[in-house]
Design a protein around this ligand. Structure first.
Ligand code: ADP
Length: 446
């Protein structure tokens, strides 16, 4: 499958996954809110019904036989110092006044409403005429529908009173308003949820595009890395193969007579070995497998020892190596990686200089940082390549590097940059005023 098709498929999967997640979250949110609203819809009315019943019972206990006649329907007004239906109510006592929507029906033993006159004739005729006494619903709050359209919460409780001919009381509160509000809330909630779910399609698409970006980038980088690596590996392998085949054409000859193909094969093998080590270092760096072993390093001493063999090589090549090291420079670093970094820079300095050139190593403290510089008066780096030299497989002059015995694969400086950034530092290539390059490294002290 081609790369774009893979990306498209992955992006579609991300979009669908995001969309499903968003839809589930919105739907769950709507269900919970709606459930909560529906559950609490009758809380207030039910509390009112229960409290009315309790207060009526309280009153009956205090003034036996007096309360019931006072408890008329919606038509009977409150007596002085009392709430409707004769239930005492003092505004300063914190008690809730009976709901004006509350209707009280008084039933006799034969199942007839005995306070019809208090309900108002029109009221009674049109609303409660088809209501019958339901023994099954006693002491239970229920929702009933009157005249097929009006919804009431109702509570029936029995308290036989032969004197007043009352057998039971039925309390009713109309809940049409509550139900209408909940229904309209439900409509709004459903519309909003659908709008949000539709919006989440766009969001999911945008999100998955964003999620895919780093994956696409690292995929391209990885592919490029593998392509470059195999190309670099193939070149020395082809040379070795050709040289060995050449040797096989004359098996009788002595080694001394076939020195050139053997020496070239050996040098290419060395190059291969260095290349595979570098590739492995970068692959480990990418997968964050390499852990720095940080310890205290006496930098001036460290650089002095490290530069000695390089000074000798430089002398052999008619070059000069100068060191300027501030005394007592102590820092926290991984000495092995620091050594590898300096080797890369010094190898390059030797590689890209000619007879009479000078190579310099400088180390100094600057505020809370250590500055290390490796400079040379060699061929220098073109202005436009000053950043690119740190990229993997970058070489300014590919032909020269390849033909040159010491020509690398362009991995050295990318390893150097990784080592520096693993130490939370920075590295830059700066052109020298006259000629050559300075590699300046800034590292934190700890
Ligand atoms: P290589 O193994 O090819 O030297 P590097 O990553 O170490 O790979 O360097 C990348 C490129 O940067 C080199 O090919 C060279 O063109 C350039 N370069 C590095 N160091 C120097 C230097 N001191 N002077 C001039 N050019 C340099």
């Amino acid at each position: 499958m081609d790369r774009n098709a893979v990306f498209r498929k992955q992006k579609l999967q991300f979009t669908v996954l995001n969309f499903i997640t968003f839809t589930l979250i919105f739907a769950l949110f709507a269900i919970i809110i709606l459930g909560q609203v529906q559950r609490s819809m009758y809380t207030q009315t039910d509390a009112e019904l229960r409290s009315f019943k309790e207060r009526a019972a309280e009153l009956a206990n205090r003034t036996p036989g007096e309360d019931m006649p006072g408890m008329g329907g919606g038509g009977s007004g409150p007596r002085s110092g009392e709430g409707p239906y004769g239930i005492p109510f003092r505004p300063d006592s914190g008690t809730v006044p009976p709901n004006p929507r509350l209707t009280v029906l008084l039933w006799d033993e034969s199942g007839q409403i005995i306070n019809q006159d208090q309900l108002g004739t029109t009221f009674y005729d049109t609303y409660f005429s088809d209501l019958s006494y339901n023994t099954a619903a006693v002491n239970e709050i229920r929702t009933i529908t009157i005249q097929d359209s009006f919804r009431y919460r109702t509570l029936i409780y029995e308290h036989p009173d032969a004197e007043n001919n009352v057998y039971a009381t039925q309390l009713l509160i109309n809940v049409d308003a509550e139900e209408r509000s909940v229904a309209s809330f439900q409509r709004i909630l459903i519309i909003c949820t659908v709008i949000f779910i539709l919006l989440s399609i766009v969001t999911s698409l945008l999100l998955s595009s964003r999620t895919m970006l780093p994956i696409q980038r690292s995929w391209s980088r990885q592919t490029e890395f593998v392509e470059n690596a195999s190309h670099e590996l193939r070149t020395p392998l082809t040379i070795i193969q050709n040289k060995l085949e050449l040797l096989l054409t004359s098996p009788q000859e002595r080694i001394v007579d076939r020195f050139e193909p053997i020496a070239v094969s050996l040098s290419e093998t060395r190059r291969l070995s260095k290349l595979t080590t570098d590739l492995l270092t970068l692959a480990r760096a990418d997968s964050a497998e390499t852990v720095l072993e940080v310890q205290e390093v006496q930098l001036d001493q460290f650089l002095k020892e490290l530069s000695e063999p390089y000074a000798e090589i430089a002398e052999l090549q008619d070059k000069q190596l100068l060191t300027t090291l501030e005394q007592e420079l102590v820092m926290m670093a991984d000495p092995e990686r620091l050594h590898q970094l300096m080797v890369i820079l010094l190898d390059n300095a030797l590689k890209y200089t000619s007879e009479g050139d000078t190579i310099g190593i400088l180390a100094r403290r600057e505020e809370q940082r250590i500055i290390i510089e490796v400079s040379d008066t060699g061929v220098g780096i073109r202005q436009e390549n000053l950043q690119a030299v740190f990229d993997r497989f970058f070489r300014e002059d590919k032909a020269r590097s390849r033909s040159d015995e010491h020509g690398g694969a362009g991995l050295g400086l990318s390893i150097a940059r990784w080592i520096v950034s693993a130490h939370q530092g920075t590295i830059e290539a700066i052109p020298q005023a006259e000629q050559g390059t300075v590699f300046r490294i800034r590292l934190p002290l700890r």
